[in-house]
Design a protein around this ligand. Sequence first.
Ligand code: TRP
Length: 344
Amino acid sequence: MTIFPERVFSGIQPTGHLHLGNYLGAIVKFVALQETHECLFCVVDLHAITVAQDPVELRKAIRRIAAAYIASGVDPVKNIIFSQSQVGEHAELAWVFNCVARLGWLNRMTQFKEKAGKDRENVSVGLFAYPDLMAADILLYRATHVPVGEDQKQHIELARDIAHKFNNDFAASIVANGHDGPFFPLPEPLIQGPAARVMSLRDGAKKMSKSDPSDFSRINLSDDAEAIAQKVRKAKTDAEPLPCEIAGLAGRPEAENLVGIYAALVDGSREDVLLEFGGAQFSAFKNALVEVAVAKLGSVGGEMRRLENDPAYIDNILREGAQRARNLARPVMDQVKDILGLIR
Ligand code: TRP
């Protein structure tokens, strides 16, 4: 039986600006995982071009994600930080997976349905095949664990289905090529965490999103202390003081969201937050929240701005990361070609 060593892969799309939801939902988890796992953190630029992008903005956005990783404490020496398009094997394996995945599987993807909306005939073929490329990202490194937000769970399940079908369809060839078990692992999503879902500051029922027209709905990673303070103070709440127990957050989405954000920022539990602030008015709690948010995000934003002013440094990290990623990817891709019966 093949034993797959634990390996983490995740990626963020270089579109728009990063906000607190991306930070707490993804990057903070990456910072923790680097202590226990071999990790690859990718800037998934090929996913970004499934919809229209301005070339000048795209290049900046790619560097900005890399800067966000580094500014948040993801170590580019210990981990591999790179951009997807700089390792051609991602697109190469994605084509193979286009031929493994079934049309019916992709037709069920809820994110595609949401993004395509009524304009289905007019979206790019790439947007439809997006999950096959995502499966290739993960399986190219035979990654076993994928930290993602709740909304990506269905895509990880599709990656598992693709891995499973490939292992089955080519079982005989996999053995004939010297492997003694399945070729690809079935990757698992890592979704937990106190802030798996960070909601809008204006509406506790909506996800914090870069496409929300109101900038007061989100805290951007690039916001300075003053902007952070203003947004937290204006955040929607209800009239009651904070409850002393988790059960008291039921039916109070705004309170729940702010408590979750506080817990995630101090790396504690929501229980602890309520132990400290249960019975307090929102005005007092918000002051404390401003303090922890500014302490944590102020320095990340400042460091990001510093790094963005040094594109040569970022480009160098991406180039070295791509080289290291390619060293892992090429042998896997070569084995895939052997298994498929292609000549290399
Ligand atoms: N689709 C993911 C998102 O929008 C980004 C992504 C692309 C990704 N490839 C990946 C995440 C591989 C994890 C692993 O959030």
